[in-house]
Design a protein around this ligand. Structure first.
Ligand code: GBH
Length: 498
């Protein structure tokens, strides 16, 4: 598919926000300092075999101690805004008692950002539930949603004088289905029913927090971030493939979009999960809370996929290069035949021969244009909700040159192509107001530990030295000018920014 903006310089609208994103558990370290106690990810990292190389978050990027240096890096990248998450286990370590020292860290971080003229964009939950709350049942326990609203109020009261943009949840699909159904993420449970209950209670937590935050600061901008896929049937003329694509799109996308932006679960999905007792989890009035209007839908996009009712190839195995080489699945062998979703059976992912990143994910920028156009038409447009790309980026291995520089043309090309895809969507009417690169710097990539690098900034974990990659220098110019340069154009002032 050719983009009208395939190669020339592409200018973004005035006021378009340029940012980068991180998450607390992936960068902070200091996991037992300042009164912080375990989150489910600290506990999961101790399970043998759960995380590659036995890596954990105890040091990570040591951001807890180096946040001033990291804010200085953000300035060098010319960021307008920085999307970070706060660790619930740092702020409310036992799940009920507020830890002033934890709040103080975020207060200092916010002050540092404001001093650097960078807008703080705060995500309350990026997967790190206090372990104390998991021990009371975790997200499948309805009470966890109430505890989350209390935590949101705590954060509002501490930071609301300075923080004006709030994201409740990052990717509840991952928390619910990778965490409670596939067992690939913390807390490592493997139950379709628990995943569904977790998903519902996460959305209930979101809606309750939106109400609480708005009530306390009507001027604040509040929303949530979802992860999306673009599911294409392998054979659009085969009704079985079309139905599989419906289910795949359904559990990844519509299961969250519909309750939040339309106030009801899709009937086809309710039918698909009816045997799992899901309707008992949904109480009267829940959907009104869940569908409380939001100002911003955060869109995280990494890849789409082609799905079929039949395995690929004569023997049914996935072709080389598509069988989860990144190992995101707890059991890579089931990747070709099982989805992490609660009703996984009979959904087969096929490789399409597209280039893949170091995660094994296909690079498909035009999927982002289609996704944003669809979201605008079917979900956000009718409600007047604007969109931000809250995450987009790619893992590639870094090669550190003899002079210490890091050149990452593949990552630069990935971001370039996806920004062009965003511009195409804006031209087609999508109300997209900003873009956050994932990630500011290399960090703890969940079940893959430190083996995968997503940063615009390279981190040497032995020394904690940060080095801006060539993609980061390029992005700094894009953020400064609001223009994605033409391919082949001389980028004369790369590196002379900030
Ligand atoms: C984001 O998750 C996270 O927000 C961020 O913390 C993380 O570091 C970053 O992406 C990179 O991984 O193979 O069927 O599970 C992205 C999660 C990625 C989940 C793509 C779904 C493919 C579908 N999504 N993944 S499947």
């Amino acid at each position: 598919t050719s983009s009208p903006h395939a190669t020339g310089a592409v200018t973004f609208p005035d006021g378009f926000l340029w940012g980068a994103a991180t998450a607390a558990f992936q960068i902070e370290g200091a996991s037992a300092e300042g009164g912080r106690e375990d989150s489910i990810w600290d506990a999961f990292c101790r399970v043998p075999g759960a995380v590659r190389n036995g890596d954990d978050g105890s040091v990570a990027d040591d951001h807890y101690h180096r946040y001033r240096e990291d804010v200085a890096l953000m300035r060098r990248l010319n960021l307008d805004t920085y999307r970070f998450s706060t660790s619930w286990a740092r702020v409310v370590p036992d799940g009920k008692t507020v830890n002033a020292e934890g709040l103080d860290f975020y207060s200092r971080l916010v002050d540092e950002l404001l001093g650097a003229d960078i807008l703080p964009w705060l995500t309350l939950y990026h997967w790190d539930l206090p372990q104390a709350l998991e021990e009371l049942g975790g997200w499948p326990n309805r009470d966890t949603a109430s505890r989350f609203v209390d935590y949101a109020v705590t954060m509002q009261e501490a930071l609301g004088d300075r923080v004006k943009v709030w994201t409740t949840l990052n990717e509840p699909w991952c928390s619910a289905f990778l965490g409670y159904t596939a067992g690939a993420h913390a807390p490592g449970r493997k139950s379709p029913a628990d995943g569904l209950a977790a998903a519902h209670h996460l959305m209930l937590a979101h809606g309750g927090a939106v109400r609480a935050l708005r009530e306390r600061d009507p001027e604040s901008v509040v929303g949530l971030t979802l992860n999306f896929t673009v599911s294409d049937p392998v054979d659009p003329s085969d009704p079985a493939d079309v139905d599989v694509a419906r289910r795949d799109d359904g559990m990844f996308n519509r299961f969250f979009l519909d309750p939040i932006l339309r106030g009801a679960y899709p009937q086809d999905l309710l039918d698909d999960v009816a045997h799992l007792g899901f309707t008992d989890v949904v109480h009267d009035g829940d959907l009104e809370v869940i569908s409380t209007p939001i100002d911003v839908l955060g869109v995280n996009y990494y890849n789409g996929g082609a799905v079929s009712a039949r395995p690929q190839g004569p023997t049914g195995e996935a072709p080389a290069g598509t069988a989860d080489p990144g190992g995101e699945r707890a059991d890579a062998a089931v990747w070709a035949t099982r989805s992490p979703n609660p009703v996984p059976d009979g959904i087969y992912h096929h490789g399409r021969g597209l280039p893949t990143t170091d995660m094994g994910w296909e690079v498909q920028p035009e999927g982002l244009t289609r996704l944003l156009t669809r979201l605008q038409q079917d979900y956000t447009g009718p409600r007047g909700t604007s969109m931000f790309i809250t995450e987009n980026g790619a893992a590639y291995p870094d090669v550190v040159q003899a002079d210490g520089s890091v050149d990452d043309p593949e990552r630069l090309a990935f971001v370039d192509a996806h920004l062009r895809a965003v511009r195409d969507a804006i031209d087609a009417g999508a109300d997209v107001r900003g873009y956050f690169a994932w990630s500011l710097m290399d960090n703890f990539e969940w079940a893959l530990g430190y083996a995968k690098r997503f940063g615009l900034v390279h981190v040497d974990y032995a020394t904690q030295e940060r080095t801006v990659k060539s993609s980061g220098r390029w992005y700094a110019d894009v953020a400064r000018t609001g223009v994605v340069p033409a391919h082949g154009a001389a980028t004369g002032d790369v590196g002379s920014t900030g």
